[in-house]
Design a protein around this ligand. Structure first.
Ligand code: ZN
Length: 308
């Protein structure tokens, strides 16, 4: 692994055999130095589907055994710092040397063109857009982005382009592996960091999505449209004092109202229009169990209306 920062010359500092290390003056100890400032990761990390999936993907890349070496490191709090910036994760991991090792992970970022595709795909789904704007991670986000030929999570280990300043040839070395675990824990609390890894901060993404939504709504926000509509209505309204005699009388418009008790051909049309409703605890589509209920209620209402 190519070091990217200089570190004290001389002694090999990655996992030296314990007996040798103890005899060499100034040589690193076999055990990593304690890192009181480090954040020990929770033993039950990756509680959320996206962070679990991140770790599962890493394991699926055939680095499972090397990944495990970092787990204890992470659990012991050896990762002193972890910063997630657009397209780059920087971590400092306390190893056997006095100076912590520097880990750098540089996932492939989306190009401008790819981001436009991603945003277009997201913005075309009202529910997904609403969820993201509310700070939630939609469970079908990967599916939707896959439809735009994009992968939110890494598709290969090489794509993560990780390196560490330690001399260990293995990739991931245990410092990098520890950084992955702490990154997974970070993702638990901040799902938008997944987008940051692909090059957009939460603020940038949401700003862009809001702009798309406003454009689709004719350049006005929902609030602005409501104000505009209210002002237009006010102009045509007759003051209440002039309506006292006729206020409770039904106007000719009542006759124009058409109410059909017949069930629609597609009673679950509204559900279909909303798209998948990933509200179920297991992330399943709530529309599926609701659709037959809508159909049943529509048929029952029709029977009741026609029998009366
Ligand atoms: Zn390392």
């Amino acid at each position: 692994m190519a070091p990217f920062a200089s570190h004290p010359s001389g002694a090999p500092d990655a996992e030296p055999p314990a007996p040798l290390a103890s005899h060499r003056s100034g040589a690193p100890a076999a055990e990593p130095l304690r890192a009181p400032g480090g954040d020990a990761v929770d033993s039950e990390l990756a509680r959320r589907w996206w962070s679990r999936r991140f770790l599962d993907l890493l394991e699926s890349f055939g680095i499972g055994s090397r990944l495990q070496r970092g787990r204890e490191y992470a659990a012991a709090g050896q990762v002193l710092e972890l910063d997630v910036e657009p397209g780059i994760v920087l971590a400092k991991v306390q190893g056997t040397m006095f100076t912590p090792y520097k880990v750098r992970i540089r996932p492939a970022v989306f190009s401008e063109h790819q981001w436009r595709r991603a945003e277009k795909a997201i913005a075309s789904r009202a529910l997904m857009l609403a969820k993201l704007l509310a700070g939630e991670m939609p469970s079908d986000i990967e599916e939707v982005l896959a439809g735009a030929k994009l992968a939110l999570l890494p598709v290969s280990y090489e794509e993560l382009r990780a390196d560490c300043s330690c001399p260990d040839e293995a990739n991931p070395c245990k410092h990098t592996a520890a950084a992955y675990y702490v990154l997974a824990e970070h993702l638990d609390g901040d799902p938008f960091a997944l987008f940051t890894l692909r090059g957009r901060t939460q603020q940038e993404l949401l700003q862009s999505l809001r702009a798309r939504r406003m454009k689709a709504a004719g350049g006005l926000s929902v609030g602005e449209r409501a104000v505009q509509q209210r002002d237009a209505e006010r102009k045509t309204q007759v003051p209440l004092t002039q309506l006292i005699d006729s206020f409770w009388r039904a106007g000719p418009q009542l006759a124009q109202l058409q109410v059909s008790p017949l069930a629609s051909e597609f009673p679950d049309a509204l559900l279909r229009r909303l798209g998948p409703l990933p509200a179920a605890e297991d992330g399943g589509n709530l529309s599926e169990p609701l659709a037959p209920i809508y159909a049943h209620l529509a048929a029952a209402a029709e029977r009741r209306a026609l029998s009366g």
